[in-house]
Write a protein that binds this ligand. Structure first.
Ligand code: NAD
Length: 274
């Protein structure tokens, strides 16, 4: 990943350009999303990550429509929820998401979790939607290596993205390496451990050393590891802070120190328990 500024992108396996830093909107209520998204777009964000499960696609649709930036300059991700998995249900869920988002295509559509007995059919539906030209890229979320291998064996298209819990306490370097080998872009959810990164001593030290906030250190670490990141905030000052990570570089030595914080510490469920 060549890191330049907030408009920088990674190129997915099919050539689609995905901004490597976006705004997450999990737990952002419909009545706050417009303000948050507009603050992000005004500052230069072009990538927003939602999901049917977040129940704010309609608010996001309104936010996009009422902002001056044209739809084609934005990168919008949504995801099919677990109870909508299966071939036909996924196609309907996708149509529903488009309607709520007031758009006729998505930039990225993901299988939210690998629901046992369903996710291969769900993937076939994503392939259909992709072949119809209604989504620019398709991928998965919360897939372990064995889930990815099943999709790669039974499907026609290799997932282009895997969005996974990723932060200093959960690195899963083997999965990162597997994805890299197969040209599956790794994407971090809960990059700030939903606020828990602020308690980690090493990060406090690095924050002082680089004269950057802990959030900025962690998000810069994501990018330097080649991982797309989507921190969530509804506050303008934090939205701006989280995207101000382009005027410093973490040394190799300090990158390794952050890597060494890994302790398999999940804040979300294990994908095999879904
Ligand atoms: P996060 O790690 O981004 O943390 C967000 C919280 O950290 C905020 O609510 C705020 O309290 C705090 N915060 C943010 N910026 C801050 C700053 N600069 N200073 C101090 N505090 C700050 O958590 P998240 O929302 O769980 O994850 C980010 C996004 O990832 C989500 O919004 C969603 O889009 C996506 N996500 C996906 C999945 C999935 O299963 N695919 C699961 C969870 C989240």
């Amino acid at each position: 990943m060549r890191i330049k500024d907030l408009h920088g992108t990674v190129e997915l396996a099919n050539g689609t350009k995905m901004p490597y830093l976006g705004l997450g909107v999990f737990q952002t209520p419909n009545d706050q999303i417009k303000k948050a998204v507009h603050a992000a777009l005004d500052f230069g964000y072009r990538h927003i990550d939602t999901a049917a499960f977040y129940e704010n696609e309609d608010g996001l649709g309104e936010a996009i429509k009422t902002h001056a930036i044209p739809r084609k300059e934005l990168f919008i991700t949504s995801k099919v929820w677990n109870t909508d998995q299966g071939y036909d249900q996924t196609i309907s869920a996708f149509n529903q998401s488009l309607k709520k988002l007031q758009t006729d295509y998505l930039d990225l559509y993901l299988v939210h979790w690998p629901v046992k007995g369903k996710f291969l059919d769900t993937w076939r539906a994503l392939e259909t939607i992709y072949e119809e030209g209604r989504v620019r890229a398709i991928g998965v979320s919360n897939f372990m290596q064995h889930h990815l291998e099943q999709v790669m064996e039974s499907g026609n298209i290799v997932p282009m993205v895997n969005q996974v819990e990723f932060h200093p306490h959960l690195v899963q370097q083997d999965l990162v390496d597997f994805c890299k080998k197969h040209n599956i872009q790794y994407e971090a959810w809960s990059p700030l451990m939903q606020g828990k990164v602020f308690e980690i001593d090493l990060l406090k030290d690095l924050s002082a050393k680089y004269n950057k906030t802990i959030a900025q250190i962690v998000l810069r670490w994501d990018l330097q590891k080649g991982v797309v990141t989507i921190p969530k905030s509804v506050k303008k000052n934090r939205i701006e802070e989280n995207a101000s990570v382009f005027d410093f570089e973490i040394s190799e030595e300090d990158m390794k120190k952050i890597d060494a914080l890994d302790c398999e510490g999940r804040i979300g469920p294990h994908p095999d328990d879904i």
